[in-house]
Design a protein around this ligand. Structure first.
Ligand SMILES: Cc1cc2nc3c(=O)[nH]c(=O)nc-3n(C[C@H](O)[C@H](O)[C@H](O)COP(=O)(O)O)c2cc1C
Length: 149
């Protein structure tokens, strides 16, 4: 099994973080090495990104768009790709987001991250705190990502 990065932004209630943790549980249970990075706490080094076999990207809905920390990552990624694409493209990835009952982040999230490789599973959504069904879908996504490596 390979190594999986779960890159997400979570700042307000920990809703997106709870989804990220569940994806990590599923991936670890399937034998993968898992690294969780909250873009609210650190900016990911693109040299580190090269070495992951699969990635899950998650964001809260902020004004119907992805959160700033995750936007910084994809901007950094694009600039790094222009100098050396090796290890930065063509990875299996999963998507997840949380929202407060409205918003339209799904479209921008799916469009922006379609450049990353090929999507594994369906995009997972949570209205507020993730319930058991959402957490189980997250664990399943983690298993699928582990099996894609
Ligand atoms: C600056 C900001 C903008 C937001 N915009 C929206 C929005 O447009 N639509 C929506 O449904 N929720 C919106 N929310 C609510 C968050 O998406 C929601 O509370 C989310 O679950 C927070 O995730 P977190 O606890 O991982 O930070 C917004 C929250 C913040 C802080």
């Amino acid at each position: 099994m390979g190594s999986i990065l779960i890159l997400y932004h979570s700042q307000e209630y920990g809703n997106t973080a709870a989804m990220a943790q569940a994806i990590g549980e599923g991936a670890r249970a399937a034998g993968a090495d898992v690294t969780l990075v909250n873009t609210n706490e650190q900016r990911l080094d693109l040299e580190q990104y090269r070495h992951f076999d699969a990635v899950a990207f998650g964001s809260p809905d902020y004004w119907s768009y992805i959160a700033g920390g995750l936007k910084v990552f994809i901007d950094d990624w694009y600039i790094a790709c222009k100098s050396n694409r090796r290890g930065l493209e063509n990875k299996p990835y999963g998507l997840f987001y949380s929202h407060g009952g409205g918003g339209d982040v799904r479209g921008p999230l799916e469009k922006l991250f379609s450049r990353m490789g090929w999507q594994v599973g369906e995009t997972i959504e949570s209205y507020g705190r993730p319930n058991n069904a959402v957490l189980e879908a997250c664990r399943e996504l983690g298993r699928q990502l582990a099996n894609a490596t």
